[in-house]
Design a protein around this ligand. Structure first.
Ligand SMILES: [Zn+2]
Length: 197
């Protein structure tokens, strides 16, 4: 009788131990690293209006994500999702990328079909402007671009983007950082091409 009790106790302890290990493993997998959220940059759209930034909650965004649009009153806005889930360099890159959609007039033009060449071109241009602004406007800009590109690549891999898509985005960023032009000149070129300037 005594022996049976001891055995039950040991058995129960073993189960408890397994449960504790399982809980702590699950905890490590499900609780993401939390980062401090940076202040948004100055951003003006192609009509010279100040763009406001708003933090929005998202259940699905596993890394910093943004959305540029005009709100119901026609005012330019950038929504920031899950910024606390990505390092500062990527937060900055997303802010600058979304701002670029306002700076180039993308938001005021009809949206091209999703994943069409015109859409991909708009995304490449926004990445390029973000890269030039970070390079020229921020201390240690060159290394910030490296940090942002690394964080971007791993965030895209987590979401399931194919390697070829990630590589071509990084190569566009690398080409842009070497451009002998400022973000303003680049933006003016895009606006002139679109007949917006
Ligand atoms: Zn974009």
């Amino acid at each position: 009788m005594t022996r049976k009790l001891v055995c039950s106790f040991l058995f129960g302890f073993q189960i408890l131990l397994i449960m504790l290990v399982a809980i702590s493993t699950a905890d490590a997998q499900s609780s993401p690293q939390i980062f401090e959220v940076i202040a948004p940059p100055i951003c003006q759209n192609s009509r010279g209006e100040i763009v406001r930034f708003e933090t929005r909650t998202s259940q699905t965004a596993k890394s910093a994500a943004g959305m540029a649009k005009n709100d119901d009153n026609g005012k330019p806005v950038i929504y920031r999702f899950s910024y606390e889930r990505s390092p500062a360099a990527l937060q900055k890159f997303v802010d600058m990328h979304e701002c670029a959609h306002h700076q180039t007039g993308d938001i005021d033009l009809p949206h091209p079909p999703r994943n069409s060449p015109a859409h991909m071109m708009n995304e490449s241009i926004a990445d390029c402007i973000a890269t030039l602004r970070i390079r020229d406007e921020i201390d240690n800009g060159a290394s910030r671009i490296n940090d942002a590109a690394q964080a971007l690549a791993s965030a895209m891999a987590v979401v399931g983007f194919p390697k070829i898509t990630i590589d071509s985005r990084l190569s566009n960023i690398n080409n842009c950082r070497l451009k002998d032009t400022t973000a303003d000149d680049f933006i003016n070129g895009v606006l002139a091409h679109r007949g917006l300037k």
